[in-house]
Design a protein around this ligand. Sequence first.
Ligand SMILES: NC(=O)c1ccc[n+]([C@@H]2O[C@H](COP(=O)([O-])OP(=O)(O)OC[C@H]3O[C@@H](n4cnc5c(N)ncnc54)[C@H](O)[C@@H]3O)[C@@H](O)[C@H]2O)c1
Ligand SMILES: [Fe+2]
Length: 421
Amino acid sequence: MPLRFAARFACSEATLTVPSGQSGWIKRGEGKVSGFPSGIWRYPTEIRFGVGAIAELPSAVKASGIKRPLVVTDHGLAANPMIADARARLDGAGLPNELFSQVRGNPVGSDIEAGMKAFRDGGHDGVVAIGGGSALDAGKTIAMAAHQPRPLFDLHVSSGGPAAIDGSKVAPMIAVPTTAGTGSETGRAAVVTDESVHEKRIFLHATMMPKVVIEDPELTVGLPANLTAWTGMDALAHCFEGLCAPELHPFSDGVAVEGLRLIKEFLPRAVADGRDLEARGMMLAAASMGSTAFQKGLGAIHSLSHPVGARYDTHHGLTNAVFFPYVIAHNRSAILEKCDRVAAYLALPKGGVNGVMDWVLELRERFAIPHTLVGLGVDGARVDEIAVAAEADPSTESNPMPVNAADMKTMFLNALDGRLS
Ligand SMILES: NC(=O)c1ccc[n+]([C@@H]2O[C@H](COP(=O)([O-])OP(=O)(O)OC[C@H]3O[C@@H](n4cnc5c(N)ncnc54)[C@H](O)[C@@H]3O)[C@@H](O)[C@H]2O)c1
Ligand SMILES: [Fe+2]
């Protein structure tokens, strides 16, 4: 059987066969050793980290070969002084730039199409995306799609996929995260809702990885406590689902458990005091570690969260946080050993799945995150179509145990009724 790596959320670009001699498991000249797993293990990209790191923006842009950047942010941040400051730094370095801010939370196709037009009309040669996951994903998708010959929604992983993307036409981009959660800055994926079918679509290509990331904790200081908590819970879901995904990737597993430790120590601090720069900085690191970890894949938390977010416009991290314990409960038998490892490394009071479950429930309570979907304004009216969409989500393939639409329906209804069995 050929060694196969499916097009996962943020890792491989296509089904790949590992050539002879590429992995330690493969004997040179023999192609592969039957039965041994193998892999292509990627690391993210250059990260310029620290308080004041935004001063690095012009040199990062120049180092990436960009001369005329389009600055992309969401409409909520457009008037924030950090955007004017970043643009002034670019101007001061002789980098003429324009602002595109027609991006909503959970960006949709028409946002991206408008950004692609602004990119082409302005003669831009690269993107500087500043903001949370919505702005970064929009910036990444605009840079990827602006000059592709095929329509935008021919290019997502459930359609043409990475093979449909012409990598030579993808413009370089710089990512400046202002939330600590999605890890979009250190991933090759972007999530955009196709409003015509109400589905979140994932775009994935190796060339979509930002050339340089600027992580400046001061830029996250203004994020309100509730969004700090919700985005932090997204990072937690990334580290945890990445760790529990079955594919062999020991590097990612190591990153995931340390990411979880950082979240345990610093997320409550960042929520309690938004000006705590150490906590803000460590959460930025943990968020980037989350997307590094989920190169292996994600799981049913994200499979369920995506169709709910696309239909009800709920915040992604908050939606994950609601589903989290119900998915842990469903996956229990397949994650015993991974949870033991997490519980030991994090010194949780209890071991195994119960230890992780208690920790997550305690965080949810501390951050006033609703226990059921009802608290998100979600009801059961669309459960069947959500279950089918969740089964089809690219994250499902890497859930620690096989799950189908019936399992998704069970987990959804448990989350609706608050049933944690
Ligand atoms: N690419 C990926 O791998 C990936 C992974 C997970 C989620 N996502 C996507 O990311 C999006 C969610 O991103 P998010 O959770 O970062 O939220 P977001 O980007 O939607 O931002 C939430 C709100 O916070 C505001 N905001 C951002 N930074 C701020 C700051 N420093 N101060 C004050 N306000 C600030 C924004 O204006 C917005 O109103 C969703 O669309 C989700 O699907 C992508
Ligand atoms: Fe996520």
